[in-house]
Write a protein that binds this ligand. Structure first.
Ligand code: AHR
Length: 334
């Protein structure tokens, strides 16, 4: 469907939806760069794309935001409206509604949690505005509510972490704790599942799990609590590097040696995590590639041109042990 056709066909619905939204809610433009006070719509050549980011909770997220902002530039044909939801679903819903009111050409977002999106995505659909999911999935039965989902396979990431743990430590009777990501977020649900499936049948036992909300501060706090509660922790599986780095601080403060007394496996492979891996404080990292800007730009252009796009684009990830981290670090982009 061409952009003009899509717009004409949806014009009446869009107007009605926008009017209803203004009447029913106290909408504000999303906070952050390009959110407030910018004109709606775009020239024929420029794609106005409203992006609602989860937040700034981790090194991964910072790299992801940079990739999007560096790629969706005016030189590359985009007018990017960017908002930071500070890890709150209600802020993302507010941002998406604001983008609908502004009649942007495309909405893209990385959903903080999996559920609860159908209503606002239906509003976008009724307004004729295509939606692209990046990084995280939504849990919806209606996959016509978005054009494409670009992101890693989080189950596979958890599985890769678990398989490595089994390969290295099965037979030792290891007691593991899990630092989980944001409750209800796709990477939290999927990495937990993948890891649990991979260690099933081994003698590695998860003795406790708690959310550290993907942040270094909360990862440290949760690990401090685990260390007070248990004196026999052998292994930490952290759903991201930042929580693993927080755990390192807690382990060192408790007089133990991270990577030796307590083994650590994380996901992401951002520079700080890779440095800790090379330094021997982390034992294994499964990569989650945050450089999604180029794929998002390509898919947005295709959608606007009315071209077919893949519903699911899986981003390839690698995994690193300590030796591989030393080799990869000098060329690491993020
Ligand atoms: O959704 C990707 C995850 O979100 C990353 O693993 C984590 O660091 C981020 O906060």
């Amino acid at each position: 469907m061409s952009r003009n056709f899509r717009r004409a066909g949806a014009a009446v619905l869009a107007a009605l939806t926008a009017t209803a939204l203004v009447a029913c809610s106290s909408e504000q433009a999303p906070q952050g760069e390009g959110g407030e006070g910018e004109s709606a719509g775009s020239s024929t050549d420029t794609i106005t794309l409203g992006f609602s980011q989860v937040g700034a909770e981790s090194g991964w997220r910072a790299a992801n935001t940079k990739s999007i902002q560096d790629t969706l530039t005016a030189e590359n044909g985009f007018d990017l409206k960017f908002s930071d939801a500070q890890q709150k679903q209600e802020n993302q819903i507010q941002a998406i509604r604001s983008y609908i009111q502004q009649q942007v050409d495309v909405i893209a977002f990385s959903p903080v949690v999996e559920t609860g999106w159908d209503a606002v995505l239906e509003e976008a659909k009724a307004a004729g505005i295509p939606v692209i999911l990046t990084d995280r999935a939504v849990d919806s039965e209606d996959d016509t509510l978005y054009e494409s989902f670009i992101g890693s396979d989080f189950v596979l990431e958890g599985q890769t972490a678990g398989e490595w743990a089994v390969e290295q430590y099965d037979g030792e009777g290891y007691k593991a704790v899990e630092l989980q990501g944001t409750t209800g977020a796709a990477p939290m649900i999927d990495r937990q599942q993948g890891f649990a499936d991979a260690i099933a049948g081994s003698d590695i036992e998860i003795i406790d799990s708690q959310t550290g909300n993907f942040t270094r501060t909360e990862g440290k706090q949760v690990m401090e609590g685990f260390l007070q509660k248990y004196d026999d922790i052998d292994l930490v599986f952290a759903h991201n590097d930042d929580m693993g780095l927080g755990a390192i601080e807690a382990i060192e403060a408790a007089g133990k040696v991270p990577g030796e007394d307590i083994k650590i496996i994380t996901v992401d492979a951002v520079k700080d995590g890779m440095q800790a891996l090379a330094d021997g404080k982390i034992n294994f990292i499964v990569e989650c590639n945050p450089l999604l800007g180029p794929d998002l730009a390509e898919i947005a252009k295709k959608v606007i041109a009315g071209e077919e796009v893949q519903k699911r684009i899986v981003v390839e990830d690698q995994a690193f042990d300590q030796e591989a981290a030393k080799e990869a670090l000098p060329d690491r982009q993020y």
